[in-house]
Ligand binder design. Structure first.
Ligand SMILES: [Fe+2]
Ligand SMILES: [Fe+2]
Length: 476
């Protein structure tokens, strides 16, 4: 006989994890932390992540090492995402006004101020990855260990995600530090990290749960901080003022084949390291914007660093040595030193908007697909997707300050036209000869791939002397 539904309850199965698998009954009975104490801890973590984001971003432009420059771009973005998550969680916990701009402890402020004035790369890397990142790890472990993981499950969730990525940062930092110490055996970072550790101790640890010790005197931060907006590159980047080859002119010339255009596209990708160098200056020299602006710009900054890395991988995949090519840095140099932060943003948006039409990112993707190198198609496909996002971010944060898109674009165009390329003066000063590096590199690439060079491509000799990247005439 059939049982009517509901008349006989199914037998309770033993062994299925209780409490939605969230934690044990013992953990769910903790009563150490109230909402107030939890919020206090989250605010401290928020402050540390925010300062870490800030100091990493401020260092991107002037850090010469390519691997560090790109890693700071990623790590700053990850910090921004965790700042965002923590802000969201604090806002859920009866906290209006949120007070997220309040410095939770003067010694934590000193910690950030000293860190951004780190005199050397070694000291900066040690400070970030040996002091601040581990402090965040400790603070998160303490938070998850003290809060009740059932009622405060939303906090525990975002903290676990943060811990996962902090582990990646720590691993990177340990390896980078070992490499820096090997490269500079006489350099030392102990005194510097000791000062930072003393700041942390003076704040009672990351969450203020330990007894506070006396605060050390400011050392490097006695003098005010000055942002260094001049981009720097390591020794692999030779002849950085060289603007002797105009890859856009090659890319849009119908005489040339996709397989050859691919080399110019990979060069353009790799050269994109100048975008983080420029965007970091916008973030470092702009104040008064909402946090969402910083988050979006940090995402875009990392995307551009990633595009540069994609170019590097493209050359590696073809067995080509990219250090033989001058990777020009005068775009970030000229924008950073000649324009205001808002004008730089205007130029960025104007260029990115120009990437969207038929001749832009879709065209690059089609060329990549026809190049015969499958990886190139993947690189350009995702690059295109990122640029669509960037155009949206530009509309949100840049166009919104103008009457309409047309006016915003006209301003961007005008700002870019005002930038002096100094093509001639860089040559007159002996900073570059604007050598046409293309024929030699192209010939090597053909030999490496076992293909015959196209004589027309080999003869390409268009510089940036009179034409800028969108093929318009430029100020010199
Ligand atoms: Fe890009
Ligand atoms: Fe972009």
């Amino acid at each position: 006989m059939d049982t009517q539904p509901g008349t006989v309850p199914p037998t309770a199965v033993r062994g299925i994890p209780p409490l939605a698998g969230l934690c044990t009954f013992a953990e769910a009975q903790r009563s150490e932390w109230s909402v107030e104490e939890c919020v206090s801890a989250l605010k401290r973590l928020h402050y540390l992540f925010r300062r870490l984001h800030e100091v990493l971003t401020q260092r991107i432009t002037s850090e010469p090492q390519f691997e560090l420059k790109t890693a700071y771009s990623l790590h700053a973005y990850l910090c921004a995402e965790h700042v965002q998550a923590l802000r969201g969680r604090v806002s859920e916990m009866r906290e209006p006004p949120l007070g997220l701009d309040v410095v939770p402890h003067a010694a934590l402020q000193l910690l950030g101020d000293e860190l951004r004035k780190a005199p050397t790369t070694l000291e900066f890397v040690a400070g970030v990855y040996v002091v601040v990142v581990p402090a965040l790890q400790v603070g998160i472990a303490e938070s998850i260990g003290r809060t009740n993981r059932l009622p405060d499950a939303p906090s525990a969730r975002i903290l676990r995600f943060a811990a996962l990525e902090l582990g990646d940062l720590k691993q990177f930092g340990v390896e980078a530090l070992a490499a820096l110490r090997t490269a500079e055996p006489t350099s030392d970072s102990h005194l510097f990290t000791e000062t930072l550790a003393a700041c942390l101790a003076a704040a009672g640890g990351p969450l203020g749960l330990q007894p506070e010790t006396p605060c050390p005197a400011p050392k490097h931060s006695v003098q005010p901080y000055v942002y260094d907006r001049v981009p720097k590159r390591d020794s692999r980047f030779q002849d950085s003022y060289n603007a002797g080859v105009n890859p856009e002119a090659f890319l849009y010339d119908e005489r040339f084949q996709p397989r050859d255009k691919l080399l110019m596209m990979l060069y353009k990708r790799l050269r994109e390291i100048d975008v983080p160098e420029m965007m970091a200056s916008i973030l470092s020299e702009t104040s008064g914007k909402p946090w969402a602006f910083t988050l979006d710009m940090s995402r875009q900054l990392w995307d551009e660093a990633r595009h540069s890395l994609m170019g590097e991988v493209g050359f590696v995949s073809l067995g080509l040595d990219w250090t033989q090519i001058p990777v020009n840095f005068t775009w970030s140099l000229n924008l950073n030193t000649q324009l205001s932060p808002q004008e730089r943003h205007a130029v960025l948006f104007f260029i990115e908007q120009g990437l969207m039409p038929r001749t832009g990112k879709r065209y690059e993707w089609e060329v990549a697909r026809e190049s015969g190198v499958p990886l190139a198609g993947v690189i350009q496909d995702f690059d295109w997707a990122d640029e669509v996002l960037h155009a949206q971010l530009g509309r949100r944060w840049y166009v919104s300050e103008f009457k309409d898109l047309k006016e915003a674009l006209a301003y961007g165009d005008a700002c870019w036209s005002r930038v002096m390329s100094h093509w001639q003066s860089y040559r007159d000063q002996g900073l570059t000869g604007h050598r046409n590096w293309w024929p030699e590199f192209y010939a090597t690439a053909c030999a490496t791939q076992g293909i015959e060079p196209d004589p027309a491509a080999l003869a390409f000799n268009t510089t940036y002397a009179a034409v800028r990247a969108d093929l318009k005439e430029i100020a010199v």
